[in-house]
Ligand binder design. Structure first.
Ligand SMILES: [Zn+2]
Length: 344
């Protein structure tokens, strides 16, 4: 018999106060770390230092995250015979942790202090190489531990970014089906559904959440982003969670520079346009209502993009990478015209 085998993290924990019992959670999953290395950023280091487990393990604070520092860390992990990497922070720090895990074959546990994108459990890292940001394949974490209390006290814009990155799966899923239909691209409906279902579910039920800091909302968002990461691992591609809206975001990054605003805000913003182009009328309307409720940035001004740069981005987006999407179905001038009317 032939089946597909799926890798996913041994530990998946999303709850309030889970970091208070970090070691217990690890042991309950039949794991034991004798000599782990905690890596954090400056701010996430301060957050993690409040917890007991942080005082027991060696702790390294990332400075610039450039290649030299990553090489230094790689050597340190091997020389000191660390048996686990506990990577705590936002996407950038988690990406470094995952990359180091690939390089050293030491398992990594992801402990996000921000819920700003699906990097928390994805097999892809964005790294700063020679002052450019490059996407590289990595191993997926063996554990993802999200403390709802920590996320609750993080800045709202990062939670919104996580929301945008999750909602963008609705656009990405459509594009994948389109590519399968139009050009015969191979599709994996299991991984597509794994990324799509939590997104559409959240969209269909957003009235139940009282606010961005609603614990149930944070929980659902965290699981949605974790499942997106696992979906990418199964598909061996970012396809389940990255379509035309990510193309537009990549184009804006190329024109205006990387890291201006959190990635999730930009892709969530582009999803307004792509769901419209896709004719996902009901979803498009619901997304606007959801964004209105949570004050998600919907205008050029709020997202920090000028009209000309958006037009330019829409012209290069269809060909920015080899990924067939709804953008390939329109003339670029037509897309610009629609965006001029739709986006204020
Ligand atoms: Zn993304």
């Amino acid at each position: 018999m032939i089946y597909k085998f799926v890798n996913f993290p041994i530990i998946i924990e999303v709850k309030s106060g889970v970091l208070e019992e970090f070691e217990k959670v690890v042991h309950q999953n039949n794991l034991h770390f004798a000599n782990p290395l905690i890596i954090t950023g400056k701010k996430s280091g301060e957050i993690i230092n409040r917890y007991q487990f942080a005082s027991e393990y060696q702790h390294y604070i990332i400075q610039d995250g450039k290649l030299e520092e990553i090489s230094y860390l790689r050597k340190m992990l091997v020389d000191y015979q660390h048996d686990a990497i506990i990577t705590c922070g936002g996407g950038r720090i988690i990406d470094i942790g995952k990359y180091l895990a690939r390089e050293t074959l030491i398992p990594v546990v992801s402990v996000p202090t921000l819920l700003s994108n699906d990097a928390i459990a994805s097999p892809i890292s964005i790294l700063r190489i020679n002052n450019e940001y490059k996407s590289v394949g990595t191993t997926m974490p063996i554990g993802v531990i999200v403390d709802i209390e920590v996320i609750k006290s993080s800045p709202k814009k990062y939670i919104l970014a996580g929301l945008g990155d999750l909602i963008s799966n609705i656009s990405a899923s459509y594009d994948w089906v389109l590519a399968h239909r139009d050009i015969g691209e191979k599709i994996d409906n299991f991984s597509r559904m794994l990324a799509y279902m939590p997104a559409i579910n959240l969209l269909n039920n957003f009235e139940i959440y009282s606010s961005l800091k609603d614990e149930k909302f944070i929980e659902d968002l965290a699981y949605g982003l974790i499942l997106s990461g696992i979906a990418m691992n199964i598909a061996h591609s970012s396809r389940p969670a990255s379509g035309s809206e990510h193309n537009i975001s990549h184009a804006l990054d190329r024109i205006l520079g990387f890291s201006r605003i959190p990635h999730g805000l930009q892709v969530g913003f582009a999803t307004i346009l792509t769901t419209y182009l896709q004719g996902q009328t009901r979803e498009h309307r619901q997304i606007l209502e959801l964004y209105e409720k949570f004050k998600f940035p919907k205008t050029l001004k709020e997202i920090g993009v000028d009209r000309e740069s958006l037009r330019e981005a829409l012209n290069i987006a269809p060909t920015i990478r080899d990924r067939y999407t709804i953008l390939n179905k329109y003339q670029p001038e037509k897309i610009v015209k629609i965006a001029d009317n739709l986006i204020i």
